[in-house]
Design a protein around this ligand. Structure first.
Ligand code: COA
Length: 260
């Protein structure tokens, strides 16, 4: 598939996916969602890719929301599948078996904030602005915002963001745990790359199981989640990676994991 609204650039085992509609502040229209879905379906199964960075083209915006021009013409019959299509994309990103990090380089509003919420980590520039302003348009977040935001920042803070519709700056987003790290705008992509390269040096199977244990464990009662964790812990002992990781420690060298 040739992409019109996104870019995918691969280097050193890291794929950088950029939403590329800077004249519309990278707003997510239907084609952009289709392209992101295609891209993440491919990335999920691409063994050459060890981690993914998601960002927006230009200096101003990560993604300024779902495309309001398209939202304006929705009906009850069309809006539900539209929300489900966006939710499917966010689910695919969250379920990706390798780290996916959002580099939030400006406005991340509405669907843009939801895109960042679906990523496993969120790093932001000092110019980042995050929020869910949907109620100002008479709608609610429809790409998972009402569900993922409280799981990340807690119910009270999520309610504040959703009901007030007021976005937060990078400093506040960091304070409430919405951003994991904040960097100067000019350093964001390089700092994110550096952090992601660090992650890709760890055991790929361990990373995959850790992501799965956290994501699925959050949906379970604690006792089931602990059981799930212990099962993965046991399974990992059968991998080449665990032997390599332990041997490398004992031999005082850096582990070279095969992902098997
Ligand atoms: N959907 C469609 N187009 C959007 C958009 C969106 N979510 N966000 C921005 N754009 C477009 C604008 O319409 C404008 O297009 P135009 O030049 O053809 O008129 C262009 O992007 C630039 O945006 P502009 O509003 O002029 O930039 P700004 O710097 O003055 O304001 C924002 C930036 C982010 C504060 C403002 O664009 C905004 O409030 N966007 C909507 C945010 C939102 O409600 N998102 C949730 C949607 S569910």
């Amino acid at each position: 598939m040739t992409y019109q609204n996104i870019l995918r650039e691969d280097a050193d085992g890291i794929a950088t996916v950029s939403v590329n509609r800077p004249d519309k502040l990278n707003a997510l229209n239907d084609l952009t969602i289709t392209e992101l879905q295609h891209c993440f379906d491919a990335l999920t199964h691409d063994d050459a890719v060890k981690a993914v960075i998601v960002t927006g083209t230009g200096e101003k915006a990560f993604v300024a929301g779902a495309d309001i021009g398209e939202l304006a013409s929705q009906s009850p019959l069309s809006a539900r599948p539209l929300a489900m299509k966006g939710q499917r994309l966010m689910d695919t990103i969250e379920a990706c078996p390798k780290p996916v990090v959002a580099a939030v380089n400006g406005y991340a509003l509405g669907g843009g904030c939801e895109l960042a919420l679906a990523c496993h980590l969120r790093y932001g520039s000092e110019t980042a602005v995050l929020g869910l302003p949907e109620v100002t348009l008479g709608i609610i977040p429809g790409y998972g915002g009402t569900q993922r935001l409280p799981r990340i920042v807690g119910k009270g803070r999520a309610m504040e963001l959703i009901l007030s519709a007021k976005p937060v700056n990078a400093e506040e987003a960091y304070r409430i745990g919405l951003l994991n790290k904040v960097f100067p705008q000019s350093e964001l992509i390089e700092a994110t790359r550096k952090a992601v390269i660090g992650m890709t040096r760890h055991g790929p199977v361990a990373l995959r199981f850790a992501l799965d244990a956290v994501n699925h464990g959050m949906e379970m009662p604690l006792s089931d989640g602990l059981n799930y964790e212990a099962t993965f812990f046991g399974l990992l002992t059968s991998t080449d990676d665990v032997k390599e990781g332990m041997n490398a420690f004992l031999e005082k060298r850096r582990a070279e994991f095969s992902g098997k």
